[in-house]
Design a protein around this ligand. Structure first.
Ligand code: ZN
Ligand code: ZN
Ligand code: FE
Length: 747
């Protein structure tokens, strides 16, 4: 008999054809296998038992990077074919194929890298079917060498032989290469000779090294060298935002951080994100690496170049994005040379182009599962699988900060790599070019476009400039909750708690401490934090003391205790700011939870101004005494929607502060007060709605102390609780939520 088999999923560029070839050969089956635009097609001819065995083994023994989503079979007429062949790729028709994310160097390649007898011994670009660059080098589909940035490197005879040998690990591995035919390493601006030892020597002597990675350039310094880290900060104009550290192996990571099994698995997995974990006391890392931060971001080498550099340097290195301040990371060689020349003392670079700028992903472990912070290199462009197919192709344009976009068709939501803050031309170009690239790669022509309600977001403006599509405005916090629902594969309705920085509300005010009755299609705002003026608008984001002034004025009837340190530190502008708030002059009202945390951080003296988004709240969390469990009380008032008083919490904070209570105790009581309040509001709403499930989303829930206490409290009260696991709870997850909402409204 003869049958046709169609395999869909991540099946190209992962060694699937050779795997099928070997499997068919072992079972004595004739036929052929090839890639086409929707995945892999197989034709098999032989006995029924052998064919059945083939179909059983196919998903079971698939190569490590393959993700099989669907296998379909159809009968064919036998042709009498003998032997089994791999046929070349076809380019016609609709593209349904998936592209693998970039994957960390596999153990087989690492063995060869360290083997003096191997012809790729010490070669920084070794890869195979099971590992190496993918998404970052793909220019077009199907995933074949001419459509990648390896097209300029014709294979040598030895590599060609491996590429065509079905028994070889590099059979049809598109980026395959060797020292004779592949990319070359170069140290620009350093001493001549072998680049690696010279680069390592530069790091050991306190220099700043630019390193070309998979998705862009990094800047590296010796992680234990305080002066080097401080120099890097000064040159990058990055005051306090933590740097990530790359270490050689898991043991070295354990010397720096406390890692549970989940964190260790994330760290050593093929995606190789930066993992945030509690820093160990006395960890040998310079204070300038992560100032004021009890967490450290660590990662393991994910390219052969990183492995070699770490081995040669013999120490942990800071590996942070190659940019100045908040610009996007440099990934084109000429651009990197230009922008980073004032920062780096030398460039460890090579001649394999990067097609798509892709930042490192950042993640953490929360109660045995992954809680993503930034989903990018190693994850994108693998789709988030949706529980229900979208009726028409959809684009979600995302938010303004931490932007991602999302294109969806069928059951696949292709959440993009991290684009960044849409505030400059470079980032905006990454956004528009990224959408075009994804549309081409995945053959999605969006008919429905979901966007934020904020009229000034560049992502909103982009959506409004599109022709011939149906626009759907999605409220920011509804998008957060829908994102959490889609992330968990459920449709609701649920009680959604979106605690966030700022998001445009349906009533034109700024929201951010929201309790919604929500499903994918719609929501009702049932409760929120009591609104507070933001004196100076965006200035209040950068200067948390302004929120302290607003909260204190409101909580103490215009007469806060005069001996508060925050008041003493800011006397010069205090009265002006308070007056702005009272009169509502350049002082928009917000129900933001992020701003409440800012106010408390300023009152307790954590900081009056910030240098990166969320800094005050991040540092506040770390002050907490984890042994304290009782929280401050707060009142719920009003009706439809209910209002939760943040001012009550602020008053208790002030009372304790003036009574001489230790700040770590106050911080813990404040956190417990917020989570108690969330539980109390949810109980009230359960009484009126009958909803027993709560979805938690929004950037404030990156605070693990708050998240942990809130989950405990809700579960203790009998609620089912949904938290994120595939996309971030911050604005990086908004695009998925917009897609889910837009699809639900149009189905
Ligand atoms: Zn490999
Ligand atoms: Zn070669
Ligand atoms: Fe948000």
């Amino acid at each position: 008999m003869r049958i046709g088999v169609r395999v869909e999923g991540v099946v190209q560029g992962v060694g699937f054809r050779p795997y099928v070839h070997a499997l068919a050969g072992r079972l004595g089956l004739a036929g052929q296998v090839g890639n086409d635009t929707s995945g892999v097609f197989v034709e098999l001819e032989g006995g029924r038992t052998a064919i059945e065995e083939f179909l059983t083994a196919l998903p079971r023994d698939a190569p490590p990077l393959a993700v099989i989503e669907r296998v379909q079979t159809a009968p064919l007429h036998p042709t009498g074919q003998a032997g089994f062949t791999i046929v070349s790729s076809e380019r016609a028709g609709r593209r349904d194929t998936l592209i693998s994310a970039d994957s960390a160097t596999c153990d087989d390649c690492l063995r060869e890298l360290a083997d003096p007898a191997d012809r790729r011994f010490g070669y920084p670009f070794i890869n195979c079917t099971n590992c190496g660059p993918r998404f970052t080098i793909v220019r077009d589909v199907p995933y074949d060498r001419p459509f990648t940035t390896m097209s300029g490197f014709p294979m040598c005879e030895a590599c060609t032989a491996e590429y065509h040998d079905p028994a070889n690990r590099r059979y049809h591995a598109q980026p395959v290469c060797c020292p004779d035919c592949g990319p070359r390493l170069q140290l620009v601006g350093g001493p001549g000779g072998d680049p690696l030892p010279a680069a390592a020597a530069l790091l050991r002597s306190g220099g700043v090294l630019a390193v070309k990675g998979l998705g862009g350039y990094h800047l590296a310094v010796h992680a234990a060298d305080h002066d080097a880290a401080a120099t890097l900060r000064a040159r990058k104009h990055r005051e306090d935002k933590p740097f990530a550290v790359m270490v050689a192996d898991l043991d070295a990571a354990r010397a720096l951080c406390d890692l549970d099994d989940t964190a260790a698995a994330l760290l050593t997995g093929r995606r190789r994100p930066v993992v945030l974990a509690p820093r160990r006391p006395g960890a040998p890392v310079a204070p300038a690496v992560a100032p004021g931060n009890g967490q450290l971001g660590v990662m393991l080498p994910y390219t052969p170049l990183h492995h070699l550099l770490l081995r040669e340097t013999g120490a942990a290195i800071v590996l942070t994005s190659g940019n100045v301040s908040d610009e996007p990371i440099a990934y084109r060689d000429d651009d990197a040379t230009q922008r980073l020349s004032g920062i780096a003392d030398a460039f460890l670079t090579h001649d394999r182009p990067i097609h798509t700028r892709t930042d490192d992903s950042v993640t953490r472990a929360f109660r045995g599962a992954e809680l993503p912070v930034r989903r990018s290199r190693g994850y994108a462009p693998e789709p988030v699988r949706l529980a229900r197919p979208v009726p028409r192709p959809v684009l979600g344009c995302g938010a303004e900060l931490k932007n991602t976009f999302c294109l969806a068709r069928g059951n696949h939501a292709f959440v993009s790599h991290h684009i960044g803050d849409l505030e400059n031309y470079e980032t905006l170009r990454s956004f528009t070019e990224g959408i075009a690239h994804f549309q081409r790669l995945f053959d999605v022509e969006p008919q429905v476009v979901g966007h934020d309600l904020h009229p000034e977001y560049l992502s909103t403006k982009h959506a409004r400039e599109l022709d011939g599509v149906e626009l759907i405005g999605v409220q920011h916090h509804h998008a957060h909750i829908a994102s959490c629902l889609a992330d968990n594969g459920v449709e609701g309705p649920v009680l959604g708690v979106a605690f966030d920085g700022l998001g445009y509300g349906s009533d034109g005010t700024i929201w951010g401490g929201e309790f919604l009755l929500a499903d994918l299609a719609g929501f009702e705002r049932l409760a929120h934090l009591a609104p507070m003026p933001m004196p100076g608008g965006t200035a209040a984001i950068r200067q948390p003391w302004r929120m302290a002034a607003a909260y204190l004025d409101a909580s103490f009837g215009g007469d806060p205790p005069a001996d508060l340190p925050v008041l003493a530190r800011n006397t010069a502008d205090w009265d002006t700011v308070v007056t702005m708030g009272r009169r509502g002059v350049n002082a928009p009202l917000t129900s933001s939870a992020g701003r409440l945390f800012d106010a408390v951080a300023a009152i307790l003296g954590v900081r009056d101004t910030i240098n990166y988004e969320g800094q005050a709240a991040i540092e506040l969390e770390q002050w907490a005494d984890p042994s304290i469990r009782e929280g401050y009380p707060s009142t719920i008032s009003g009706a439809a929607p209910l209002q939760l008083s943040g001012g009550d919490l602020v008053r208790s904070v002030v009372d304790d502060l003036l009574a001489g209570v230790d700040p770590p105790v106050i911080v813990a009581r404040f956190h417990a007060g917020v989570s108690d309040a969330i539980v109390a509001v949810c109980r009230r709403l359960r009484d009126t709605t009958g909803m027993g499930t709560v979805a938690l989303s929004g950037g404030v829930f990156q605070n693990l102390l708050l998240l942990g206490r809130t989950v405990d409290g809700l579960e203790g009260a009998g609620f089912g609780v949904l938290v994120h696991q595939r996309v971030p709870c911050n604005d990086g997850g908004i695009s998925l939520g917009q897609v889910a909402v837009a699809a639900a409204q149009r189905s």
